[in-house]
Design a binder for this molecule. Structure first.
Ligand SMILES: Nc1ncnc2c1ncn2[C@@H]1O[C@H](COP(=O)(O)OP(=O)(O)OP(=O)(O)O)[C@@H](O)[C@H]1O
Ligand SMILES: [Mg+2]
Length: 353
């Protein structure tokens, strides 16, 4: 067990309430080519002490969603609509100054690319120590000790000397770990981890995942975990959100979704990804076609141009009517529950063995 520190009383009592609640989020970018609809009516919840996994192809809006939660979008070129409720406070309408106070303290992010988070001009130690001093009022000495402690936790060798290195003196994997140390230094209530361990070797990856689990156990933190690795997702997540074209197409408990997915896109995604403990005799099957244009998204169901099962839906509903995502365990698809089950058992399940 690690000994993560936080003074008593800083956290609200943990409970089954939703800590983060995103409702009908729409994120649009104005570009030279037109309006990019990167997130288009997305809703999800993350409970205290729980981990929400997010999967989806490249460009489905995973990073944009989470950067928007932190308010890290360019307000000049980005339009954000909908609600991002953090313990009831709407972050969409919260002034930047207040968001700055939340970031790094209550809410922290591990970025896909460590160079986005680390400045080349300051030592690694200073970049870990500063948010700690700012948010806890610790002294310089205490913060430096804390930085060394964090570097040790993320497995940086000789942390007492490496604390004074600049990011360029670290290898890529070490930079990734330093950024994780920076994100965790204030024991955030909500941690967003965007592909946090993809660049790391297996041993270090396991160490980092354990660290995240410790954080969660000790402080009841909520975690959003984005990854392409289904093994990691099934190990880390409680709930799973499958994103396509800036929307949620399927949601549910991670085990249920992985065991019995209900959306044709999820079927494609699972057939195209290596499975933990899966048979190697089943070839991976890429989803035919390519992700849709976000400048001019398809009408109706965004997946219909690539869906091999749309003929089983009567009329032209798939191309004209946007299928809603119901509450709880749900898939946004016009196939009936019975059709989904039959197709899954006959055609999909044998591929996933
Ligand atoms: N500032 C921006 N201006 C215009 N388009 C953008 C901007 N930022 C992101 N996008 C577009 O929004 C879409 C969603 O991007 P996002 O980075 O969220 O994808 P992702 O799901 O995280 O993909 P990956 O798995 O590759 O990380 C992409 O098509 C991307 O090109
Ligand atoms: Mg991304």
């Amino acid at each position: 067990m690690t000994t993560l520190t936080k003074t008593e009383g800083e956290k609200a009592p943990t409970g089954p309430d939703s800590f983060l609640s995103v409702r009908d989020l729409r994120v649009r970018f104005s570009t030279e080519d037109g309006i990019v609809k990167a997130v288009d009516g997305l809703s999800f919840d993350v409970e205290r002490g729980k981990t929400l996994g997010i999967v989806g192809e490249s460009g489905s809006g995973k990073s944009v969603t989470n950067l928007t939660v932190l308010g890290l979008h360019n307000p000049k070129t980005t339009t954000v609509e909908g609600e991002i409720l953090l313990e009831g406070q709407d972050l969409v309408t919260t002034p930047e100054k207040e968001l700055e106070k939340l970031r790094g303290n209550k809410v922290a992010m591990i970025f896909q690319d460590p160079l986005t988070a680390l400045s080349p001009y300051y030592t690694v130690g200073r970049q870990i120590a500063e948010p700690y001093m700012k948010h806890t009022g610790a002294s310089k000495k205490e913060a430096r000790d804390r930085a060394i402690e964090m570097l040790t936790k993320v497995g940086i060798p000789q942390p007492k000397t490496r604390v004074d290195d600049y990011p360029h003196q670290f290898s890529g994997g070490m930079r990734q770990r330093a950024m994780i140390a920076m994100a965790l230094v204030c024991d955030p209530d909500l941690l967003i981890a965007d592909e946090p361990t993809t660049a790391l070797d297996v041993t270090v990856q396991a160490q980092i995942l354990d660290l995240l689990k410790d954080l969660q156990q000790e402080f009841g933190s909520a975690i959003i975990f984005i990854t392409h690795d289904l093994g990691v997702i099934s190990d880390m997540a409680d709930d799973l959100l499958v994103m396509y074209s800036g929307r949620a197409v399927e949601r549910g408990g991670v085990r249920e979704v992985l065991r019995e997915p209900r959306h044709p896109y999820t079927w494609g995604l699972l057939s195209s990804m290596p499975r933990l403990g899966g048979s190697t005799s089943q070839p991976l099957m890429p989803i035919p076609g390519s992700p849709p244009s976000l400048l001019n998204p398809p009408s109706g169901c965004p997946f219909h141009p690539r869906c091999t099962f749309k003929d089983q839906v009567s009329g032209d509903r798939c191309s004209t009517e946007r299928p809603p995502l119901g509450e709880g365990r749900a898939a946004a698809c016009h196939l009936t529950a019975e059709q989904k089950q039959t197709i899954f058992i006959d055609k999909i399940q044998p591929r996933l063995r």
